[in-house]
Design a protein around this ligand. Sequence first.
Ligand code: 13P
Ligand code: SF4
Length: 318
Amino acid sequence: MLKTEWVEKIKKLKQEKQAVLLAHYYQRPEVQDVADFLGDSLQLSQAAAQTDAKIIVFAGVHFMAETAKILSPEKKVLIPDRNAGCSLAASCEAGAFKKFIDEHPGHTVISYVNTSAEVKALTDICCTSSNALKIVQGLPKDEKIIFGPDKNLGNYIKSVTGRENMLVWNGACHVHEAFSVEQIIALKKKYPEAKMLAHPECKKQVLLLADYIGSTAALLAFSAQDECKKFIVATESGIIHQMRKKSPNREFIPAAPGSAPNNDGVEDSCGACNDCEFMKLTNLEKIYLSLLHERYEITIPEDVRKKAEKSILNMLHL
Ligand code: 13P
Ligand code: SF4
């Protein structure tokens, strides 16, 4: 079936079922284009809390759909592919995280939204890449903090705030860890006029090369407002679809991960090489089937949900 036919079927079914489709910026372009609401993790959690639709279909990964369910327990929250996980969330198992917290009493626990509901239930304040720095800066200087699970974001905040009393969990996202310093330096040589944009989940060595660091929404806004017309983008490739849509006259060069540069110093960048395979599991057909069969429903035990909700509401209030 043609993409346009799936889009029509999805739109019709959404209306019939009073459903809303939320999508993250890392989704496939055609999924982004059919979504009722597109955003970064923070914007999507706010949208999920505010919608009055009966059904939320979440085109994203599991922790995002879970966050929607935590905030809207009375709604049916569906994820089109059950295997849409997240390596960063998986790097912080609730039992091990609880042990770490118990071993370090007297700390305020701040967790990135890329975590399971169980980890959020152990957390005092949830955060996302767009507000993590602000949240840490808002706490008294002498307040001891445990920050999890992303070590790159945690260490970045530590270096910006100069806070020594912050313990950082040793987790990471495999997509953002894969960006290579050599590759980015080679791209910077090839495009000396370009600015380099990076998500804070990238390694420190990559962040040191960046002209601007921010969440997906912040990178998108910066690329549309800055006077520069060319950008090297060190985050998942999906965001480039929105960057090009918002700024058709600017050039966006995906920073490719891992491999070494070739003879002319730059390996060809392809949109596919910095894909998050979990994000790309969702497609139009799966969204349609998810709506049709009302699958796969997110469920969370009520005691866990209530505790997790508190940490997210603390974030939203801040
Ligand atoms: P944002 O919070 O910037 O949307 O990022 C989510 C994510 O999964 C990054 O890898
Ligand atoms: Fe998780 Fe990384 Fe994929 Fe984001 S890009 S959803 S952090 S695995």
